[in-house]
Ligand binder design. Structure first.
Ligand SMILES: Nc1ncnc2c1ncn2[C@@H]1O[C@H](COP(=O)(O)OP(=O)(O)OP(=O)(O)O)[C@@H](O)[C@H]1O
Ligand SMILES: O=P(O)(O)OC[C@H]1O[C@H](OP(=O)(O)OP(=O)(O)O)[C@H](O)[C@@H]1O
Ligand SMILES: O=C(O)c1cccnc1
Ligand SMILES: [Mg+2]
Length: 562
């Protein structure tokens, strides 16, 4: 074990304490709404800026018509908090943006602030979460925490939305399918593209085509080729370098293209396949042969440029069989148009016939990737029809969150100077839940989470085996006694400020992904189904219920009828 240096922490300890800045350098203290600065000034002017405030960050409704959400984006929030400091340039810009009547003392104040006195409790990233439960509780000097509202909401909103979208696509596709995120070109700008790759991986995708995201986050990279590559070839005569070394390195095939041609003839005249196709497109054959020469160990062909069954599939098989002669195993094909259920089944039959006719073991299992405007509904339709797809490449609908463009994350004041605060609304679902709270997940005897429970900060925690009354926060008649088998505290300290608490580690992305998959597996199936899922119960303790309603009556003016 390393021994500590007398004058402070040793190198390892120092490194553990240092948190890099946000992935996107645009995430600075200026990435906020102007009104956060005007409020900060007004707090400062009123001498209120150091009042201790507690804000909850939460959302009101699960996205995509579902009953669950994946919490994502926390690491980037902590990276912002850890590095929150204004530069002189930024202060000069704020000064130029606020009224000239704002006093200089405010800018001295801004110069001095950071998040060393801010305390953040949060649910762990990758957890399944539900409406109204604080995902993060942010406590600190009111002016500082107010400045954090916009960037924190921004960092959580899309991250959680797209991670949930990915989890939902995974749910429909099934565990055995390979899911590839292909969305960069369609994402909402570079940050949308990078964020989509990170959080789709977190939500259960296997790989991305986004090279920058692969480098930044260590996400596995995968890809095929495009129609342009196929249509860029005119004929097999174009291929100059035709030799290919066998997989074992022991022999050289001097003319791989001729070998491919000979296989194409065998396919055409074979007993099982004869008559299913005639002349295939020769420029496509040239493209496939070239790709195989470039990547003999990773040959995957896009087969729909001209005609899937009459050209793409026979051409692919000819190249794959030629590769097989040299000891290579072709990876598979990608379908990017047409009826994906029908074409995948026909392709599978063709592969199985090739396996049988030419005794090529496992050829029937050659991988079929499908793409083209896929979304939850099309995946579901394919399942219902029956298909033979092994992998999906999904772009536009996944990364743009086409089905729902935003998760309504909000940031509400729940306490100031130890005084609970409430925000009332005509719409009960928008009434905020006051007080600095603790949150628990109560598990039932079958191991499923039963209910999430919010209590006041100082209430005794629920205990396994002890009956506790869980109440709907606003509906008097909805309540239930729960005897939890297990109790899990949800909010953990991710930024201790000056509290002296231990800080939770920020785990690597792969670990968050595993946690997310495990969390989803643990949910009761009726909460997860696509059609009419059962809402998960979110509740408050009896004491908190009484307090909410006391405060509500206290703050709401009594109407007068005339
Ligand atoms: N069997 C199927 N059941 C339901 N939807 C499917 C099925 N096969 C494909 N789809 C979907 O139908 C849509 C077909 O779209 P579109 O008509 O634009 O494609 P296409 O004409 O096949 O291909 P392209 O225009 O790219 O050449 C896509 O969203 C695709 O995902
Ligand atoms: O369909 P998405 O889910 O967005 O997935 C990514 C798509 O991007 C590529 O083609 P692109 O859409 O650029 O061209 P295409 O529509 O002509 O195939 C690829 O072939 C997929 O179809
Ligand atoms: O690798 C692919 O096949 C790919 C990548 C991005 C978009 N469409 C397809
Ligand atoms: Mg497309």
């Amino acid at each position: 074990m390393a021994t500590a240096v007398a004058n402070g922490p040793n190198k390892d300890e120092k490194r553990a304490d240092c948190i890099d800045g946000p992935t996107n350098p645009m995430v600075t203290p200026l990435l906020t709404d102007l009104y956060q600065f005007t409020m900060a000034y007004a707090y400062w002017k009123a001498g209120k800026h150091n009042e201790r405030a507690v804000f909850d960050l939460y959302f009101r409704r699960n996205p995509f018509g579902g009953e669950y959400t994946i919490f994502a984006g926390l690491e980037e929030c902590i990276k912002l908090i850890a590095n929150f400091k204004f530069t002189e340039d930024e202060i000069a810009f704020i000064k130029s943006s606020l009224s000239s009547s704002c006093e200089d003392g405010f800018y001295d104040y801004l110069r001095g602030i950071d998040c060393s006195d801010v305390e953040i409790h949060a649910i762990s990233e990758g957890f399944v979460v539900f409406p109204k439960i604080p995902l993060m509780r942010i406590e600190g000097p009111v002016a500082v925490v107010q400045l954090l509202e916009t960037p924190l909401v921004n960092l959580i909103n899309y991250a959680s939305l797209v991670a949930t979208n990915a989890a939902r696509h995974r749910f429909v596709a099934g565990k055995s399918k390979l899911l590839l995120e292909f969305g960069l070109r369609r994402a909402q700008g570079p940050d949308g593209g990078i964020g989509a790759s990170k959080y789709c991986y977190m939500g259960g995708f296997d790989a991305t085509s986004n090279v920058a995201a692969g480098r930044l986050f260590g996400i596995p990279l995968r890809g095929t080729h495009s129609h342009a590559f196929v249509s860029s070839f005119m004929s097999p005569d174009e291929i100059i370098e035709k030799s290919l070394l066998s997989c074992d390195g022991l022999k050289v095939c001097e003319d791989f293209v001729s070998l491919v041609h000979s296989w194409l003839s065998k396919l055409k005249w074979s007993q099982l396949l004869g008559g299913t196709f005639g002349e295939t497109n020769q420029s496509e054959l040239a493209a496939f042969a070239s790709y195989a020469l470039a990547f003999p160990e990773n040959f995957l062909a896009l087969v729909d440029t001209y005609d899937v069954m009459r050209s793409g599939i026979p051409n692919f098989c000819a190249v794959a069989l030629a590769l097989n002669d040299l000891g290579y195993k072709a990876v598979g094909i990608r379908l990017d148009s047409g009826d994906l259920a029908y074409l995948s089944c026909e392709t599978r039959k063709f592969f199985q016939a090739v396996e049988k006719e030419f005794s090529v073991p496992h050829f029937g299992k050659t991988s079929i990737t499908a793409s083209n405007d896929l979304n939850e509904e099309t995946l579901d339709a394919l399942n219902k029809q029956g298909h033979e797809v092994d992998a999906y490449g999904i772009g536009t609908h996944l990364v743009t969150c086409y089905a729902q463009p935003a998760l309504g994350v909000v940031f509400k004041l729940v306490e100031i100077n130890n005084q609970p605060r409430i925000k009332l609304s005509e719409d009960v679902s928008k009434v905020s839940i006051p007080c600095k709270k603790r949150c628990y997940r109560l598990y039932g005897k079958e191991g499923y989470p039963l209910v999430d429970l919010m209590t006041g900060e100082n209430e005794p925690p629920p205990k396994a085996g002890e009956r506790i009354l869980c109440r709907h926060p606003f509906n008097e008649s909805k309540r239930a006694y729960v005897v939890p088998q297990r109790v899990e505290e949800l909010l953990k300290c991710f930024w201790p400020g000056k509290s002296g608490k231990n800080r939770e580690e920020l785990p690597p992305l792969k670990m968050i992904r595993e946690r997310c998959i495990e969390q989803l597996d643990r949910m009761r199936p009726d909460h997860m189904r696509r059609l009419n899922p059962t809402p998960y119960k979110v509740s408050v303790s009896a004491k908190l219920y009484d307090f909410i309603h006391f405060l509500w009556l206290n703050e709401a003016p009594v109407g007068e009828l005339q």
